[in-house]
Design a protein around this ligand. Structure first.
Ligand SMILES: [Zn+2]
Length: 272
């Protein structure tokens, strides 16, 4: 069996933000206490990535769409530019550079699957506006993302996705043989994770913001500052754990600065 008969998965770093860790992890060891009344702050790197998947049936899938070059303009009106500056992006990591490195035009991609519609995941979705690519989100995410008036609601910026033809999925959905979208809400209305069953590397679960970092997953799972529904979030973390234990999967967190350095990443470095 040659690599071309197998699913190939390439994890592609697409730039790093910085943020106070409190957004991502409610960790008692970092909270003020009587003995330590001045709160310790942690300004941490928050890397982003997309996943490029080539299926042996010839179809190509992109998971998420990274952060935008013009983040200061687009995020400024939300105030979140101050909390999540995209201040560490080498030229070669912006998504448009990555597509060139992969020798891809947007219309080469059959499916763009957005784990959710936050500004650091969906910002470049409009690269695919007229590409004929099927753009997929969870139906609850789409409903929520259009449920407010004005420029943004938290990290949902309507202009990132307004005007795109968004197809929806509901619940766990096997999109292609060996490629399953998992319903893992809580972080947002309809956050999804991506399960890929690989011939050589076994199962990989790309958790996106269902799990930001290793500490989020635990056990025990540790909640976070940005969570739409904390109970659903915890249930999703445990759902992922159930699948992980059953399939012996590797879980890839959405924004873990340690883990990303331990993975095979970048064009040409793929998992099969
Ligand atoms: Zn998010």
């Amino acid at each position: 069996m040659s690599d071309n008969d197998k699913i190939k998965v390439t994890i592609i770093p697409t730039g790093t933000m910085h943020a106070d860790l409190t957004w991502l992890l409610i960790d008692p060891s970092r909270m003020a206490s009587q003995a330590q009344p001045s709160k310790q702050r942690d300004w941490v790197p928050v890397p982003t990535h997309v996943v490029y998947l080539e299926h042996p049936n010839g179809q190509k899938l992109m998971w998420d769409a990274g952060v935008p070059r013009d983040w200061e303009d687009r995020w400024g009106p939300t105030g979140l530019d101050q909390f999540f500056p995209v201040d560490t992006v080498p030229e070669e990591e912006w998504l448009d550079s990555r597509l060139k490195q992969l020798k891809l035009e947007p219309n080469d991609i059959d499916y763009l699957v957005l784990s959710h519609l936050h500004m650091d995941h969906a910002a470049n979705a409009k690269f695919w506006q007229s590409a004929g690519t099927r753009i997929l989100v969870d139906e609850r995410e789409k409903e929520g993302a259009f449920s407010f008036d004005g420029y943004n609601k938290g990290a949902h910026i309507k202009s990132d996705y307004d005007g795109l033809e968004l197809d929806t999925v509901r619940g766990d959905t096997e999109l292609l043989p060996g490629v399953t979208l998992l319903s893992t809400p809580g972080h947002t209305w309809g956050t999804m994770s991506l399960q890929v069953d690989l011939a050589d590397s076994g199962t990989m679960i790309f958790a996106s913001d269902a799990l930001y970092r290793k500490e989020s997953y635990g056990p025990p799972a540790i909640g976070a500052g940005i969570v739409y529904d904390s109970v659903a979030w915890l249930e999703s973390a445990e759902k992922i754990r159930g699948i992980q234990e059953r399939t012996n999967a590797q879980v890839i967190y959405g924004h873990d600065p340690e883990q990303i350095t331990q993975l095979r990443t970048g064009p040409g470095n793929y998992y099969t």
